[in-house]
Structures are given as structure tokens and as C-alpha cells.
Design a protein around this ligand. Sequence first.
Ligand code: IMP
Ligand code: ZN
Length: 346
Amino acid sequence: MDLFELCKKVPKVELHAHLNGSLSEKTLTTLDVPQHLLEGYQIINNLAVTTPEKLNECFKLFKIAHDATASVNSIYVATKHVIEEFYKDNVIYLELRTTPRQESNMTKEEYIAAVVRAIEESKDFITVKLILSIDRRHSMEVSKNALNIILEMHEMYPDIIKGIDLCGDPSQGTFHENLFIEARNSGLKITLHCGEIKNDQEVLQMLKFKPDRIGHGTCIHPNYEGSDELWKLYKSSSIPTECCLTSNVLCGTTSTYSKHHTREWLQDELPFCINTDDKGVFNTSASEELLHAIENLNLPKTFLIDHSLSAIEYAFASEKEKMKIKEFLMDWKKQNQGLFNETVSK
Ligand code: IMP
Ligand code: ZN
């Protein structure tokens, strides 16, 4: 079995996937998208795949997906498709994240309910949890209103809505820490996009806040535009980092896969997991991300299944659900030991 086949076969855990960034071309075609928007998406998508674009260029892509999911029905259909695609890639546990959006025919509550409905309908074949995002570009007032809605919906769907995220263009906006304190006190887990670009003061504030996980963590280590002080603090906190290789390479925050900052996490044996970020925009998959990791970061084949076993530890599901998935993964590892012993041909 070649290495990519093995990456596909392994049961996987995905913890950092933005819903609207995960819409594949096929999904956009299925949705009632005006043709000119679809063509625009394809052109930019292909450009992004072949040419390393700057981070702010990547952010322009999300507008197209947002136009395609501007109704209750389209966000529901889009969620169903995204879940199915991860499932077909052998992802057994998925944490989807999305920023609740109000549109002319849809409230933020309706948006969240539609995503939850699609998740509930998938529960027989894949475990999916939802993280709701706050966009750092939004004002305190808008974000406070979003948080109130998120807390209300969390009370209605506590088994599905598990966490809150801070995302959005890192060159803009701010981290409204008070809102995240409130979210934490209400029982939500916290993940923050942290240090995607150099911003020592904000990284310091975020690390001191002690989120349950961070996204990217690019500019923390001194070799990657961070500092000794930040790295020391990060190391003492041991917060798991959600690494997104292709996203960083295509957005230009990392020069190549083999120079990705995950190397420092491996060197110092710090907790991390490998993720897609926006599999539609960056034309990738959970299996492809693992392949890039194995091929470029000098990792053994067993990393594939051991990665799932460690990532599930960092998941926001209940301890009982995590234990069940862990047992499944351990059984799978035992039964498929041979796959990791045989010589892999590329
Ligand atoms: P949505 O929240 O489901 O609409 O997914 C798209 C949104 O995710 C974008 O508008 C961004 O705010 C956010 N996002 C996607 N990728 C990144 C990233 O790499 N850094 C920060 N925010 C991101
Ligand atoms: Zn992200």
C-alpha cells in the first residue's frame, strides 16, 4: 500500500476546519450559486493552489463561499456535504467551526440551528462537534451580541456546541478577552487563532489567558518571528496547537512544508495536531495534510495512527465520547499493525 493510500485508510481526527472554507467546488456547484461567482471561485482557487498568495488575498476567497450559503437551506446543504466529504476521507471525529451569520432571510440563531440539524443527521456514521467563531474584525458590540446568541444556542444543544473560537484576518481587529472569559465561565471550551502573523503583545495576552487550544501558533518560537519569552511561556503552558500546513504554505506565512514551525513542536515534544483549516479554499484533505507531515517532517508511518490517538485527547467532546473513540482507535491500531510494519512504497 503506498503512503497516500495508508493516509486515507487510517481513521482520522480533524479539529480545525472552518465550515465555509471547507466547501469543495462540487459543493459550490450543488448549491444554488450564480455562475459568475462559481467561476470566480474556481479561478481564485486554482491561483491559490499554484501560487503562494499573501494571507489577505486568501481572505477574499471567503466572500464567495458566504454568498453561496446565505440561506437556511444552503448552509444546511453545505454542512451535510462538508461532513460527508470528511467522512469519505475516513475522518471519524470532526470539529467544525463557523461564524454565525445574519443574512436578509436568516437570523444567526437560524444559521446555527441549520448547522446543528445537519450535524445531528450525521451522528450514525461520524461524530461531529461544533465550535462557534467570533470574528476578530467585529466590534465589541457586535461580538457581544454574537456571544449572547452562542450562549443561548449552547444551552439548547450542549451535546453538539462545545466551544468558541477567535478567527478572522489576523492583520485586523482584536481579541476581546472579556467575552472569552464569559464563554469559559459558561462551560464552553476555547480555541484562539494565535500568532498567525507577528504580534508579540497579543500572543502574550492569549497565552496568559490559557485557552484549551490555539490555532496555528506560527510566530511564537524565536526562529519563526516570535521570541524567547513567548516560547518559554508557551512551553510551560503545554497548550495543544492546531497546525495547518497547506493553509500556511499557500497563505505565505510559512515558506515550505519542510520548514513549517511544527518542527519546533516535534523537537520539544509539545502537543500538536495536523488539520485542514479550509479544505475547499486550499484544495486539500485530512489525508493529504498527514501525507505532507510524514513526507516533510521526518515522521515514522506509525505517526498516522498515533496522531489520531493524541488529537482525540485534545478534542472538545465529553470524556466519555473521547474514551469510546480512543478505544476504537486502539483496536484499529492493534488489528492493522501489519500496515505499519511493511515497507511503504511511495
Ligand atoms: P465560516 O466561519 O464558516 O464562515 O468560515 C470562513 C471564515 O473562517 C473566514 O471568513 C475567516 O473569518 C475564518 N478563517 C478561515 N481560515 C482562517 C485562518 O487561517 N485564520 C483566521 N481565520 C480564518
Ligand atoms: Zn483557521
